[in-house]
Every structure is written in structure tokens, then in C-alpha cells.
Ligand binder design. Sequence first.
Ligand SMILES: Nc1ncnc2c1ncn2[C@@H]1O[C@H](COP(=O)(O)OP(=O)(O)O)[C@@H](O)[C@H]1O
Ligand SMILES: [Mg+2]
Length: 250
Amino acid sequence: MLRLSNVSAGYGAVTALRKVDISLEAGEVVALIGSNGAGKSTALRTISGLIRPTAGTIEFQGEVITNLSPEQIVARGIVHVPEGRRVFPRLSVQQNLTVGAFSPRAHGKEKATRERVFELFPRLYERRRQLAGSLSGGEQQMLAFGRAMMAQPVLLMLDEPSLGLAPIVVEEIANAIDYFRESGVTILLVEQNAELALSLATRGYVIETGSIVLSDSSDRLLENPKVWASYLGEQEWEFADGDPAQAANT
Ligand SMILES: Nc1ncnc2c1ncn2[C@@H]1O[C@H](COP(=O)(O)OP(=O)(O)O)[C@@H](O)[C@H]1O
Ligand SMILES: [Mg+2]
């Protein structure tokens, strides 16, 4: 349903994505993992139309969307929750949700979806009249998710939803991602937290300095010594007995 073919993009003279191939089937949860500065956010911004690719093609549901505007891309159901959970701090929780429903896709579904958001995140309901700026980091992330739900996503792109959150809040975020998956939304999950991302996704891509260097099932990535060494365990790490898969499990 989403296919990036040979996509390159960057910022002026800086190339941040190099000939990237990524594809998602409908209903899949796919992780994109990589360290800070690898190009993860750039990939999402390029799909959203915030950055124009310098080469390559992006297709969504059989249509080439490479040169569409961000508004046209949102209108097709690609919803991007950016890094740093940008909510509108001076609007109430409820008003933030209403803003999420601006897209034509969302018309007529606002009330029912708001009820689902409040079911999923009872804390948002309790605080519905509170200014978003007064929420905790975890609550702001829930609100960012809620706002994304209001837009009726077909493809949801989440940029580091767990960043800076306490483990207990991360668990709630993980539940919310599962909820989206169960309701049939396709998800591209960007994380530095590879363990979390691969526990939620069935497949993953690893990006390093703008290039996809690995692509495999989550299970196999979790056992891959290279992934283990770079993104999961200690940097200095030795094979216990020469069998990488065995060693990765110890
Ligand atoms: N607005 C920008 N202007 C110039 N360079 C940028 C900008 N945003 C990101 N970059 C550069 O692009 C590369 C990829 O960044 P980014 O996609 O944000 O990585 P990630 O999300 O994986 O941490 C980095 O080298 C970063 O410094
Ligand atoms: Mg980023």
C-alpha cells in the first residue's frame, strides 16, 4: 500500500536519505530503526510531503504521491505524528482533538472518534477541558495519538513515540499502537528504542546514515548480532561460543 522506490532526499547540500526502498502492505506494522541522525524523521517527512525527494518515487494505494502537497497527502489518509509530540499548548485537550478532525476524510466522524479516543485514554477524558500545555509528557503523547486518530488515518506514521517517557507510560503507548493495528490501520513506527519497535512490529528496516542496511522480520532482527550490538545491547560484546544467534539470546 506504500512503496518508496529509490528515494533520496535532504536539506540543501545535506543528503539525508540515499536511494531508500521501503514497502508496506495494508494492515502491517513496520518498524524503521536507527540511531540519532540516521534519517528516520527525514523519511517520514518525505512521505508526508514536507520534504521533496530529489530522486525516486513514492506510491500510496497505487497512486504516485511523490509530488503532492502535504495537504493532499493527509487527505489520502497518511497521518504523521511528528517527533516531540507537538500539541497546541494553549488549546484544551478537546480543542486539540477537534483540530485533528480538519481533514475532509474526518467529516461526520468526529463525535464517534472522540468517544473512542476517550475510551482508549480515560486520562484525556478527565482532562478534556485542561490546556494541552499543562499535561505531562506521556499525556501529551496520548493527545498527539488521539489527534491522529481524529484524522482517520489509513497509514499512521509515528516518530519516536516513546522518547523521554517513563516505562509505565511507554506501555500505554504500546497498547495504543496495538489498538490502531487491531482497527486495521497500517503503521510505520520510527524508533531509536529498537526493542520496543520490534516487539510491536512484524518487520523492520534498519537505517544508517541515510541508507537501509537491513530489512527482515522482527524476530530475526532481534536475533541479529549486528542489530543487537548497535541498537539493543552493549556496544562491546563478544560471541559466547561463536554462534551469533545463541549468543544474542544470552
Ligand atoms: N532541518 C534540517 N536541516 C539540515 N539538516 C538536517 C535537518 N534535519 C535533519 N538534518 C540532518 O539530516 C540527517 C538525518 O536527520 P533525521 O532524519 O532527523 O535523523 P533521525 O530522525 O534518524 O534522528 C542528519 O544528518 C541531520 O543532521
Ligand atoms: Mg528523528
